[in-house]
Ligand binder design. Structure first.
Ligand code: CDP
Ligand code: CDP
Length: 222
């Protein structure tokens, strides 16, 4: 049996991966894997257990023993719904630091692959097309100008009632981009066979359509 179809959507923070992945999955009737949530869950579990971000072996152990459950839009850590908590900036920053550890990435590998079930999966993250699903049916690398991304993030925060300064967001985003692209293990980079899609001037709907067009074209050729 050939494995279920996978569409991978990788890219930097706030390029729109999560939003677009959910819509593409909905259009196709497929499941979605938010791989960043696994790194955020590991970060939150480490924070809760008082394991420091520098403690590579300790954080890897946390990843290996992670007790998580995904249920629709909900995500549970040890039975507690932490969907909102993992979105905190502190958790995201911790996540981006521990994501550099090979032991952490290794511990999360099979958990991610387990999401691949018929009829198909849309997986978003940093290394979905390069490491986790190298045989994916379609690979997209979603980029957008850093200023456009910072503005999107600011709007997102304002909608949640959180004020945010564009300069601070830009600085944080550049730091996060540097950490994600410069790490030795699974750095953020397009797979050789990825379609690089720049969404700086695209709406969400246009971005989703572009990906569905890639998919339909690939299907027609298969
Ligand atoms: O929302 P944002 O794009 O900032 O982050 P996320 O996708 O929730 O991921 C949080 C952190 O986990 C990122 O900064 C990455 O460093 C890391 N990550 C990763 O290394 N590999 C993945 N496949 C997904 C996330
Ligand atoms: O998952 P990732 O961090 O890549 O980004 P996201 O959380 O899906 O998107 C960040 C924000 O940008 C969300 O508020 C999206 O609605 C918005 N967005 C946009 O305005 N235009 C796009 N083409 C894509 C996303």
């Amino acid at each position: 049996d050939s494995p279920a179809a996978v569409i991978t959507i990788d890219g930097p923070t706030a390029s729109g991966k999560g939003t677009v992945a959910h819509r593409v999955a909905k259009a196709l009737g497929w499941a979605v894997l938010d791989s960043g949530a696994l790194y955020r869950l590991t970060a939150l579990a480490a924070l809760n257990q008082g394991v420091a971000a520098e403690d590579e072996a300790g954080v890897a152990r946390v990843a290996e023993t992670l007790d998580v459950r995904f249920e629709g839009p909900h995500v549970y850590l040890k039975g507690v719904d932490v969907g909102h908590e993992i979105r905190r900036e502190e958790v995201g920053n911790f996540a981006s630091r521990i994501a550099a550890f090979p032991g952490v990435r290794h511990a999360l590998l099979e958990r991610q692959r387990a999401f691949r079930l018929p009829p198909g999966l849309v997986a978003d993250g940093r290394d979905m097309g390069t490491v986790v699903f190298p045989d994916a049916s379609l690979k997209v690398f979603l980029v957008a100008d850093v200023v456009a991304r910072a503005e999107r993030r600011r709007k997102q925060l304002i909608e949640k009632g959180i004020s945010a300064n564009l300069q601070d967001l830009l600085r944080d985003m550049r730091e996060r981009d540097a950490r994600d692209t410069e790490r030795a293990t699974a750095p953020l980079a397009p797979a050789a066979d990825a379609h690089v899609l720049d969404s700086s001037d695209l709406t969400i709907a246009e971005t989703v359509q572009a990906i569905l067009d890639f998919w339909n074209k690939a299907q027609a050729q298969a």
